[in-house]
Every structure is written in C-alpha cells, then in structure tokens.
Design a binder for this molecule. Structure first.
Ligand SMILES: C[S@@+](CC[C@H](N)C(=O)[O-])C[C@H]1O[C@@H](n2cnc3c(N)ncnc32)[C@H](O)[C@@H]1O
Length: 288
C-alpha cells in the first residue's frame, strides 16, 4: 500500500493538512526513557527544539517542505521538526520497531496530523525478531516526491547489502531538487589491504552486525553515483571518527563537494546497545 502524497492528502482532507500554526512546546509529549535508550541520546534536550530552529541549519530551508524520515525511531527528528519554524507541510516517518512507531502514532501524530508514521515491517534481530519477515522492503511511498530524505544514524546500522538496497530507495523517493541527508561512519579501504574486492564495510560486532557499521567512503560515493546521487555538502564529525553528515542530490548542475579532513577532538560516543531482552516489545504493552 502506498501512502498518499501531499496533493492527495490536501484534496481528500484525509489525515488533513492543518493550518500552519505553531505547535506549543508543552502539547508534545517526550518519548519514554526506555525508547530514547533504544535510539541513542536519552537527554530530553536531544528531542526538543525550544528555539524553533531548523533541524539542520546547514540545509536550505526550502528542502523541509516534504520530509521522509527513514528509521525515525521514537520521533526525535519528527518532534524537532514539528516545533521548527517553518515546519514541514508533510512528514512521513518509518521504522522497523513496532512500539516506537505506535508511540509516535499515538502521541505525535494527533498533534500534527500532517506528520504520519508507519511500521516498516522487516526482520531485525533485536527490534523486530519475527521469523519469516522480509529482510528488506521498498518504502511505501511514490517516486520522487520528498524534498528532504533524512536518515540519521541509520546507515550506521545497516549491512553492506542493506545499505545498497536502501540507498537506492532513498534515491527513488527523492524529488529531483531535493536532498538526501544521511549520517555515516567512514574508513578508507586503501588502508586495509586484506579486504576482498567486494567488501566495503567493517562490523564492530559479530553477534549483531548492525550494532555499528563503518563504510569505505569511496565506495559510498561511487555507489551513490551509480544511483544518480552526488555529494553536494559534507559536515565532518564532532568527535573524531564519529558520524559524518553527507548531503546528496540528484541534481547535476551542483558542484560535487570535497570531504574535509576530520580534525574533531577525540572522544567516545558509543552507539545504543539496545540489548535489553525486551527491546522488541517496548511500547507494545497491552492498553490498560
Ligand atoms: C540509532 S536509531 C536512530 C533513530 C532516529 N533516526 C534518531 O535519530 O533518533 C536507528 C533507527 O533505525 C531503525 N532502522 C534500522 N534499520 C531499519 C530499516 N531497515 N528500516 C526501518 N528502520 C530501520 C531502527 O529501528 C532505529 O530506530
């Protein structure tokens, strides 16, 4: 099933695009601690936006019109974008964790019905461990409609095969003038002569390959080009070796961006463990 596009939503009044009034800060609940723990930062400030600034100040404000948030978790970015000024006209978030999506549908969507959340029902060893589920699935949206496709801390958890699949999906749903904003861990494969020709990813855990995945930077750039994407902006990590924000576009008239050196201070920023035995059922408790 495809999710209706913005024009259909407006025409049908289905879900309804509400008047563009500001959402008050206290009308938006915060996700519970155990969900924040699943996605990383637990501090409430990481989910908030009291100054109503754009979620990413280095992106053109125009790209926030129609947002697709791949791996939206418990609505960290959605919540910030609901509060930002101007707020997106349309936002679609998908995640494979059923409880986090349910929480977003029940707690965020009613406040801003132009923000919708869908369960991307693919297998995940910790978050959706249901035997028989597909390992990947196409995004439930039409081609070329999103001016911003966001994937914050998502490719950093995908295996090489899945990263290829979802990079292609991101390119497919991206508007010709839109941008893909995704974060990545990078290494330079030329420094690892023992790696096979087809291998482009390093996995920090052999128990859970998706715990943290580091990609050969040249491979990512080349794969993106194969899919009609080019790197147009790069934001280096805040901690040496941590996440790079890479902005890509389908436009051919923009100059390809260079990667600056990583001169950030050294430190630790460990990814979420999500190793609680009940990780998959958080947020799926029966209604009392
Ligand atoms: C580190 S969390 C980041 C969540 C959110 N982007 C944020 O910044 O708060 C990674 C998220 O990606 C989701 N995820 C990973 N692989 C996915 C896939 N194939 N489809 C949908 N969601 C996925 C996980 O369930 C998890 O919520």
């Amino acid at each position: 099933m495809l999710i209706p596009n913005l024009e259909e939503l407006t025409r049908n009044g289905a879900g309804g695009v509400p008047p563009r009034q500001e959402i008050s800060l206290d009308s938006l609940p915060f996700p519970p601690f155990e969900m924040r723990e699943l996605v990383g930062p637990t501090d409430l400030s990481a989910f908030d936006n009291p100054s109503r600034k754009l979620a990413y100040d280095y992106l053109d404000p125009a790209v926030y019109e129609k947002v697709f948030d791949f791996g939206c978790g418990c609505g960290r970015v959605a919540r910030q974008m609901m509060l930002q000024n101007p707020s997106p006209k349309m936002y679609v978030g998908i995640d494979l964790h059923p409880g986090m999506i349910r929480w977003c549908q029940r707690n965020l969507q009613p406040v801003a019905p132009n923000f919708t959340f869908f369960h991307h029902d693919v297998y995940h060893v910790r978050f959706n461990p249901v035997p028989g589920k597909p390992l990947t699935a196409t995004f439930p949206v039409e081609d070329g409609q999103f001016t911003l496709v966001n994937a914050l801390s998502v490719f950093t958890h995908l295996t090489q095969e899945h990263a290829v699949f979802y990079l292609r999906e991101c390119a497919r749903v991206l508007h010709p003038d839109g941008v893909l904003h995704a974060s990545w861990f990078f290494f330079d494969k030329r420094e690892y002569p023992m790696m096979q020709e087809h291998d482009a990813a390093l996995y920090v855990s052999y128990v859970d390959p998706g715990a943290a995945v580091i990609f050969d930077r040249n491979w990512v750039v080349a794969k993106a080009r194969e899919m009609g994407l080019r790197v147009c902006k790069v934001v280096p990590p805040f901690i040496r070796g941590h996440q790079w924000a890479v902005i890509m576009t389908r436009r051919e008239d923009v100059e390809e961006a260079e990667f600056p050196p990583d001169t950030a201070p050294r430190g630790w920023a460990r990814p979420p463990m999500g190793s609680r035995p009940d990780s998959a059922s958080i947020g799926m408790e029966p209604d009392s």
